[in-house]
Design a binder for this molecule. Structure first.
Ligand code: SF4
Length: 218
């Protein structure tokens, strides 16, 4: 887990003030669904109290679990290509937070990753978001992130949800998962790379440039 701590305070369930570092320590020590995980819990996230963009994906894959670096795989390479970012820019935790829907590797079945553990997002996302008050835009990558954040506002299919991105502005932007396995989806939906990716870059740039009162500098 990578983080940038400060003296900023957040609030634990007990109502007592805690620092950002205290919150991270609680995340790191989480064992809530350990009995369902293939390995001891290893939450993978990048967070800081100054972050302006939040990226919510699915859950760490095995390679990410082993390296401890989120989006450190071909999916991450394509996501950085969409964003027009270098690795250094992408991993600048002072500006970009990365919190998957499930923080720990859930394992695989028949070669496919299992879904994020359902206990995880309701437990940690509200607390982490509350501790990152400068987030201006949240990228919802894939069906699990969209299900958690958008609920019944989602479209019938992932393509419907992504195509309706205007309905979720300015806070959220739904995206397909940039997995190489989704190449067929990208071919079937050419409007995504032609129209959504340029808009994605524009909105991410505006979120990263935004001042603390939420207005993008002219
Ligand atoms: S997946 Fe989430 S809830 Fe489960 S042990 Fe990891 S951090 Fe805790």
């Amino acid at each position: 887990m990578r983080s940038s701590s400060s003296s900023s305070t957040t609030h634990a369930d007990s109502g007592a003030a805690e620092t950002f570092a205290d919150l991270l320590a609680r995340v790191q020590a989480c064992t809530v669904c350990a009995a369902h995980l293939p390995y001891p819990p290893r939450p993978i996230l990048h967070v800081s109290p100054t972050a302006r963009l939040l990226i919510v994906g699915q859950a760490p894959g095995r390679r990410v679990h082993e390296t401890g670096i989120p989006w450190n795989d071909p999916s991450g390479d394509l996501l950085r290509q969409w964003l027009g970012m270098t690795r250094d820019e992408f991993y600048d935790v002072s500006r970009i937070a990365i919190v998957p829907t499930g923080l720990c590797y859930p394992g695989t079945v028949n070669g496919s990753d299992l879904p994020p553990r359902p206990e995880c997002a309701p437990l940690w996302h509200p607390q982490l978001r509350a501790a990152m008050p400068h987030i201006r835009l949240t990228l919802l990558i894939g069906a699990y992130a969209q299900a958690y954040y958008l609920g019944k506002r989602r479209g019938r299919t992932l393509a419907d949800t992504v195509a309706a991105w205007r309905d979720f502005a300015p806070d959220y932007l739904p995206l397909p998962h940039p997995s190489p396995r989704n190449r067929g989806w990208f071919k079937q939906h050419p409007w995504f790379e032609a129209e959504v990716v340029p808009m994605l870059r524009e909105r991410v740039g505006a979120a990263l440039r935004a001042s603390d009162n939420g207005a993008a500098p002219g």
